[in-house]
Design a binder for this molecule. Structure first.
Ligand code: FAD
Ligand code: SF4
Length: 468
């Protein structure tokens, strides 16, 4: 029987009333005592299921053993063999559905707090200098989110000259413009991005591939392979009356204004954002939680999340749902807006359909079904839609215009081979949200970047053989 005598350690968090007034990081890092106590809970399983639960297969018992030996540097080395972003993953990965979901201690008790341990190690360690032997090959990376970062790092460490192109003026993808600072401080993100510079990746911002330059240009410039990690930044709207009113935002726009353009510091920074009293955020994922928690910090008196299913089906990280509740966000489960109302072009309210749960759908989750004739009305002045996104078609349209055989599915996702992430065009690979394998999240994007990097190196070797 698995013994679990020491309780799982819980990280401190800032007081909700205090954190609602600022963007300081909510959840604190474990203390050294907590780290040692938590590491001692790991029983070093012979067949560690936690590794299977991690999309990049970090040697979890390996790094926890190093913590037990009080060798944090070694723990950092073990993690970075598989993941370059431990400080980010430790903070934002949905561990409760991945490594911690498969941890053996979770069967009869509570799993090891793997994410919190990873974060602690990540924050205290850095990538070590290693001799990179140049391969003579040149690879381009499109997009600087977790998929692009991981592919770039692995390709650079394999000796290739790697050049990254990012459309925005700052690197990081959703880690920068989507996830707010109170979950992922920017100094943590910048530090992890610095790793790319250290290993020689050339970083270019303000370059939209498909507009500033094209894929053909990249091949003509001598790139032999391309990794596309351009994400899925095109927001969906609900298609209901009133979505064209002032005060309706996609969550992407709302969050980008604050996280990237610093609208919370307007007029010091020139991008404004609506500052109202009552906001409604629609959706049940991390994006909805972030939108709501940002609104609260902007000073909205009442922030409500409307979700068409029940709490049990919410795809957001459990910790974020809990934090949102602590911060006074209201939840309207089993409700879905059917109209946004306006006066003089401004949002003044919304009508919501009351739902119930029916039979499970293809995703295995129970389908929300409207209860006939049952609606409610709520006064609001801001309506934020966080119901999903799909890839921006700009890049793939430009590829089509260049007659490149880069195929997308009917929703606009790039078609790739599952294991290698090769697209339908030789030399081009894609991963992360633009061609998801499983859930769209940071660690799956990283896993895709990793597999693609390996496949690209293999592909480059075939080019050498062909030349010889
Ligand atoms: P992205 O992170 O989207 O990065 C793509 C980059 O490519 C962007 O910077 C974009 O500007 C750039 N780009 C696009 N087109 C071009 C072009 N033509 N030329 C050059 N550059 C281009 N996941 C978690 O695991 N945990 C969380 O807590 C979590 N919270 C989230 C909160 C929000 C608000 C959102 C939106 C997502 C969240 N996710 C979370 C999901 C996760 O962030 C994404 O799955 C992940 O970032 C996808 O990585 P990516 O590299 O594929 O793309
Ligand atoms: Fe340790 Fe849990 Fe992994 Fe076993 S499954 S090695 S207890 S973290």
């Amino acid at each position: 029987m698995v013994k679990d005598k020491i309780s799982r350690q819980i990280a401190d968090a800032l007081d909700p009333d205090y954190r609602n007034t600022n963007f300081e990081e909510v959840e604190q890092t474990f203390t050294k005592d907590q780290v040692m106590a938590e590491a001692s809970r790991c029983i070093n399983c012979k067949k560690p299921k936690c590794i299977d639960g991690c999309p990049v297969h970090i040697d979890i018992p390996g790094f926890i053993n190093a913590i037990k030996e009080d060798d944090i540097e070694k723990a950092g080395r073990v993690i970075r063999e598989s993941s370059l972003l431990p400080s980010i993953c430790g903070r934002v990965c949905p561990q409760e559905r991945q490594c911690e979901a498969t941890c053996i201690l979770g069967i009869k008790g509570t799993p090891v707090a793997i994410g919190a341990l990873e974060r602690y190690v990540g924050d205290l360690t850095d990538i070590e200098d290693s001799k990179i032997i140049p391969s003579g090959h040149k690879v381009a990376i499109i997009g600087s989110g977790p998929a692009g970062i991981t592919a770039a790092a692995d390709l650079a460490r394999a000796g290739h000259k790697v050049v990254m192109y990012e459309a925005l003026h700052a690197l990081g993808g959703v880690l920068r413009y989507g996830i707010p600072e109170f979950r992922l401080p920017r100094n943590v993100l910048d530090r992890e991005l610095d790793t790319l510079r250290k290993i020689g990746v050339e970083l270019n911002t303000n370059v939209i591939v498909g507009k500033s330059i094209t894929i053909k240009d990249l091949f003509e410039d001598g790139f032999e392979a391309i990794f596309i990690g351009a994400g899925a930044g095109l927001p969906w709207f609900m298609g209901i009356p009133g979505e064209n009113l002032n005060g309706v935002y996609s969550a992407n726009e709302f969050l980008t204004r604050v996280n990237l353009m610093r609208a919370n510091q307007f007029p010091e920074y020139p991008t404004p954002v609506r500052l109202g009293k009552r906001a409604m955020v629609v959706g049940g994922g991390n994006t909805a939680m972030d939108g709501a928690r940002v609104a609260k910090r902007l000073g909205y008196e009442e922030v409500t999340i409307a979700y068409r299913r029940s709490e049990a089906e919410m795809p957001a990280r459990k910790a974020e749902i809990e934090h949102a509740k602590e911060e006074g966000i209201n939840f309207l489960f089993l409700h879905s807006p059917i109209e946004v109302h306006g006066k003089d072009g401004q949002v003044i309210g919304t009508t919501l359909q009351v739902m119930e749960l029916g039979e499970p759908d293809a995703s295995g989750r129970r389908r929300p079904v409207p209860i006939k004739g049952k609606t409610i009305y709520k006064d609001i002045d801001t309506f934020v839609v966080a119901i999903g996104t799909s890839p921006n078609p700009l890049l793939t349209k430009s590829a089509k215009a260049e007659d490149l055989p880069l195929e997308v599915d009917r929703k606009g996702y790039l078609i790739t081979e599952e294991e290698t992430k090769q697209t339908t065009m030789k030399g081009i690979y894609a991963g992360g949200d633009i061609s998801p394998t499983g859930d769209s999240n940071v660690i799956n994007a990283m896993g895709a970047g990793k597999r693609a990097a390996q496949a690209i190196t293999e592909y480059l070797k075939t080019l050498e053989t062909a030349k010889a």
